[in-house]
Ligand binder design. Sequence first.
Ligand code: FES
Length: 106
Amino acid sequence: MPKITFALPDGKERTCSANEGLSLMEVALQNALPGIIAECNGSAACATCHVIVEDALAAMLDPISEHENDMLEFTAAARQPGSRLSCQIRVDDRLDGAIVRIPAEA
Ligand code: FES
């Protein structure tokens, strides 16, 4: 089971075991992590599940879809190079050991 470390908005970290097939957003909600709201419940329609992934992980993930790219313009915290919608990232072995940052709202 992949272990993913979330860097929280307050600077603390939480490492969570994640079931493969869930989205990163679902893992964050299961673990009651602050900063992930997920108003649209994973439909890529709210941008309240914004996370920032490191370059190495970003390169391994499936590319950002055109729709996700559009929605990333509506995040509360400023978009950054590693910005993704966590509801659009499925957990698999590639995420084992990953560090995913949840930004503080701007
Ligand atoms: S949960 Fe709404 S965009 Fe991800």
